[in-house]
Design a protein. Structure first.
Length: 165
């Protein structure tokens, strides 16, 4: 049996986000910690400004990203260039795949936003999820994705207490 890859703090890592039917997105980050289950990394926003309506991600923003090898989501704390928290953007994903210097996150369309003040929780992209055909292609995975979004919403309403410590 091949032992799992555990990344060292300070190690550069490439994050690859995959979504069925869309081009992969890759970007660089630095590992903050990896306990064999959860990987935490920091990565700057590497694209032009992107206005989501409820928040804008812009050059200079810094993301602290939390990935799990045994959970169906990722949580990303977003801060502006001055260090002020904008909120948390969460992706419903398959459990992260970790290799030497690389994380692969397979996106399952559903997302969630928690505002910096903790008052606004938004379920996102449910229309994209429905249109993706995932429920027809793989009903079991689609059901896991919906349960993961429900779990994320519950965690967000508690401010991610104990999840990100």
């Amino acid at each position: 049996m091949i032992p799992p890859t555990v990344l060292a703090p300070g190690e550069p890592v490439t994050v690859r986000l995959e979504k069925h039917g869309k081009p992969d997105i890759s970007y660089a980050g630095v590992v903050l910690g990896d306990d064999g289950v959860r990987v935490v990394l920091r990565a700057p926003w590497a694209l032009p400004a992107h206005d989501l309506g409820f928040a804008t991600f812009a050059p200079g923003d810094m993301f602290t990203e939390y990935y799990w090898r045994n959970r169906w989501y990722a949580v990303k704390e977003v801060r502006d260039a001055a260090g002020a928290r904008k909120g948390w953007y969460c992706d419903v994903t398959r459990p992260v795949l970790v290799g030497p210097g690389e994380l692969v996150s397979i996106d399952l369309y559903l997302d969630l936003w928690l505002s910096a003040d903790g008052r606004t929780v938004l379920r996102l992209d449910e229309d994209e999820f429905a249109a993706s055909g995932l429920a027809e292609r793989d009903p079991a995975v689609a059901a896991r994705a919906v349960r993961a979004l429900d779990r994320l919403e519950s965690l967000a309403r508690n401010g991610f207490a104990d999840l990100l410590d």
